[in-house]
Design a protein around this ligand. Structure first.
Ligand code: 13P
Ligand code: SF4
Length: 323
């Protein structure tokens, strides 16, 4: 009779084999088992973003989702240690929402072009230029930037957040394409910042052209350029795209976002054929199983935020989560 350990191993291998050769899936098993043991021993939880590779999401993550869902999970969990498989702003958000827990980011060099596109001084400059205009910051920002704004948003709730302000003009930073997405869905004027995601800004309408008038369902993230969003059948956060596909289960789809999204959906819900192109986020890909193991074993790398700064940066996140 198969033991419980053999059962999860064969089940996981079968699921991973939907997106990689079976021998490759088997190669990950010892490390996955080691990570599961380290988690059980320490009481730590692993939270992963939808752009993490399936050996992390299906193999070791306790929770996988978009930025909003990760923040909500962090706000609720009572685990003493949270390992964030994502990029630095996600680990900072977790730390802000869980100030008494140990928050670990396995790859301390996992940045984000959006978070790098604006500084706290830039936000203060916007305040001077547009006195009285509320400022919404995408969560893809540093804690120092969050400390200067009125409320945060993610791609899942940006429209709702802007509408909640009931203001005639709203500043949205730092992603100009998310700002354009929101501007078409709200009645107020949106003043954007000129930042962009280095992964999504590379998609073009030419990428979609071969699939127009075909049975391929095209989905885009709101960080994609406006013409790409317009040509897509659905625009939404990473989890919203995934939910849309699970709900409608088309035979073929094109996901204009990070490549691991399609793999994760295939591992969890097989049956959809994914067309290319997709783009890799080099920052997300800095997280590996080895680094997750090292993080749990050695405590690398703990995220600390100056308490006075954290106090100010937490307020716009709390306002977002209270909506
Ligand atoms: P989501 O909030 O949609 O998961 O997006 C986060 C992100 O970094 C997309 O590039
Ligand atoms: Fe940042 Fe873009 Fe990577 Fe998301 S995909 S983490 S926005 S660089």
């Amino acid at each position: 009779m198969a033991t419980a350990i053999e059962d999860w191993k064969s089940d996981l291998t079968a699921r991973l084999a939907r997106v990689m050769p079976e021998p490759e899936a088997e190669l990950y098993l010892p490390l996955i088992e080691e990570i599961r043991e380290l988690k059980a021993r320490s009481g730590a939880v692993v939270v992963a973003h939808n752009y993490q590779v399936p050996q992390i999401t299906a193999g070791v993550a306790d929770f996988t989702g978009d930025s909003l869902a990760m923040a909500r999970y962090a706000a609720k969990t009572d685990a003493s240690t949270i390992v964030v498989c994502g990029v630095r702003f996600m680990a900072e958000t977790t730390r802000l929402l869980c100030p008494t827990r140990k928050v670990l980011l396995p790859a301390v060099d996992a940045g984000c072009s959006l978070a790098d596109s604006i500084s706290a001084a830039d936000v203060r400059g916007l305040r001077e230029r547009y006195p009285g205009v509320p400022i919404v910051a995408y969560v893809n920002t540093t804690a120092a930037v969050k400390a200067e704004v009125d409320i945060c948003c993610t791609s899942a709730n940006a429209v709702e957040v802007v509408e909640s302000l009931a203001a005639p003009r709203v500043i949205m930073l730092p992603d100009r394409f998310l700002a354009a997405f929101v501007a078409t869905r709200v009645s107020c004027e949106i003043i954007p910042w000129a930042g962009a995601c280095e992964v999504h800004e590379r998609f073009t309408a030419a990428d979609i052209a071969p699939f127009i008038n075909s049975d391929v369902v095209v989905l885009a993230h709101p960080e994609c350029p406006e013409d790409v969003q317009k040509a897509a059948s659905f625009v939404g956060s990473t989890t919203a795209m995934s939910d849309y596909l699970i709900r409608t289960s088309p035979k073929r789809a094109l996901l204009l976002t990070e490549c691991s999204m399609a793999d994760n959906i295939t591992v969890a819900h097989p049956g959809i054929h994914f067309e290319r192109p997709c783009n890799l986020c080099p920052h997300m890909k800095r997280i590996t199983l080895e680094r997750v193991r090292d993080s749990l074993r050695d405590g690398t790398t703990e995220i600390h935020i100056d308490p006075a700064l954290a106090e100010r940066a937490r307020t716009p996140l709390d306002r977002m989560l209270a909506l």
